[in-house]
Design a protein around this ligand. Structure first.
Ligand code: URA
Length: 492
């Protein structure tokens, strides 16, 4: 709060014997309109900064306030882009020198330093930029930490909040709440002024008192529960918490009532989490997730992919959903298990080591990868972190069944003539049954319009001992040749 320290060559203090002085009076708080009018008039009259005495909220006496003379103000000043923004951000600062600093800036710009704002090493620019940052932080805190409480008077609902910003930012902050809570009646009370929204008009009024805002309401418990459930005891860092959410705001925020207790319990909760470490992360309920999806009826592959992209992974951790790749209308579709580490990072299927092996085998078998469609039974990478490595984890039958909804629709839209299951997870996804590959390898029926074929997953080949690799790879390429022949026949 207060002054941004750092010495700036403000114009030397005016004194009565250096020429005519221009006392200029502005309203309390952030008098942006008053400052603009004053700056236009002063600059228009050629009054240098050192001749201006800026007074805030004092009795106008002989001179009259700037607000009073605003109507006769001069035309707007031609200032470079960015200057008006800076003025808008700095005027709410509490520093009493803010108007003098801004006018000094305007004066220098109008006197030829058009690119002054770009000179960040200039002490005046530096100081004003720091003030701008201070205001940006204050606005962020108000947007993030203000909490409305519900009130009702004569059957009319109104949400009221008490907030104590560090600077005069109420008018600058209020439009954000209009955007957020446009359909509600609300009031924000601060020690300096109040803002009121009636679903159509934003008005400002006199200061409020903390007692005028209810200290709790029916949503309180909900906020606390939410905060408790998202609080991670292993990440407790009180210094960072206080820096981000200064304690003075805590008392207005229902969820913070839980903080002291949560912090006290953090060490025990962390220990419990460590002891639980070998367990997998909490999973969502696949049945519920499927039910939620079944309500959606995508009418194209793009619409389906949009749903996949939006959806959360069943097991948290994946960077993104990895969608199928290739041309809809492809004759052959290959279905793998799930994206691996590389696929998760790049957002494309079969680009890691198993994918590269698959590409090589396809080429040897005479199948053009780019003319095929490649996808996975499960669309998100599931892994366990070991140090810096992310170790692939096989999806459970429940997870595979969750993703079947997508796979079925995806294949309906792509409409291949032949679908190749690469490995047991793909077989499970396509048939709903756990069938060993050794028994089912070769042509298969998945009970759909397309023909089926089952072979091994390329990562199986990578895991084999070296002496077994060559034969297994040759058998895989032989399978793919059969796939190519089948596709040829289906195309004919
Ligand atoms: N394994 C798969 O099953 N799919 C991929 O996309 C990569 C590796």
């Amino acid at each position: 709060m207060g002054h941004e320290s750092g010495s700036v060559p403000l114009p030397p203090a005016a004194s009565a014997d250096t020429g005519q002085l221009h006392p200029t009076f502005l309203g309390e708080g952030a008098d942006l309109a008053g400052f603009r009018a004053a700056a236009r008039r002063l600059a228009g009259d050629g009054v240098p900064p050192e001749r201006v005495i800026w007074s805030i909220g004092e009795a106008p006496g002989l001179f009259g306030t700037e607000a009073a003379t605003r109507a006769e103000s001069a035309p707007p000043l031609a200032l470079p882009r960015g200057v008006a923004d800076l003025i808008g951000m700095v005027v709410p600062h509490r520093d009493p020198e803010r108007y003098a600093l801004l006018y000094a800036l305007i004066w220098r710009i109008l006197r030829g330093e058009r690119r002054l704002l770009e000179v960040s090493s200039d002490p005046l620019v530096h100081r004003l930029e720091r003030m701008r940052k201070t205001i940006a932080r204050d606005l962020h805190k108000m947007h993030a930490f203000l909490r409305f409480r519900r009130t009702e008077e004569s059957g009319v609902e109104r949400f009221v909040a008490w907030f104590e910003p560090d600077h005069h930012i109420l008018a600058a902050a209020a439009p954000f709440f209009v955007g957020r809570f446009r359909s509600l009646n609300w009031t924000i009370l601060t020690p300096e002024a109040s803002a009121h929204w009636d679903t159509a008009h934003l008005t400002f009024g006199p200061p409020g008192r903390r007692e005028d805002a209810p200290s709790s309401d029916g949503f309180e418990a909900g906020w606390r529960d939410y905060y408790e459930s998202t609080f991670n005891p292993a990440r407790t860092n009180l210094t960072a918490m206080r820096a981000e959410m200064p304690k003075k705001y805590w008392r207005n925020m229902p969820e913070t009532a839980a903080i002291p207790g949560l912090v006290r319990a953090a060490a025990t909760r962390t220990q419990t989490m460590i002891e639980r470490e070998p367990q997998k992360p909490i999973k969502r309920n696949p049945a519920r997730a499927v039910a939620a999806m079944a309500d959606q009826a995508p009418d194209s592959l793009e619409a389906l992919n949009a749903i996949i992209k939006r959806s959360e992974p069943l097991v948290p951790g994946a960077t993104q959903a990895v969608l199928g790749e290739g041309s809809p209308g492809a004759t052959i579709a290959f279905v793998g298990e799930q994206p691996g580490d590389q696929e998760d990072r790049q957002g494309r299927p079969f680009v890691g080591p198993a994918g590269q092996l698959l590409s090589r085998a396809l080429e040897e078998a005479g199948i053009v990868r780019a003319d095929s469609y490649l996808t996975n039974a499960v669309k998100h990478f599931k892994f366990e972190e070991r140090g810096k490595r992310r170790i692939h984890q096989k999806p459970t039958a429940g997870e595979v069944s969750h993703y079947r909804w997508w796979l079925e629709r995806e294949l309906d839209f792509v409409a291949p003539k032949l679908v190749v299951a690469l490995g047991a997870t793909a077989v499970l996804a396509l048939t709903g049954k756990a069938i060993p590959i050794t028994r089912a390898r070769g042509p298969a029926s998945f009970g759909k319009a397309y023909d089926g074929f089952i072979t091994v997953h390329p990562s199986y080949l990578l895991r084999l001992p070296d002496e077994a690799k060559a034969d297994a790879y040759a058998a895989f390429v032989a399978d793919l040749r059969r796939v190519g022949d089948l596709a040829q026949a289906l195309r004919a």
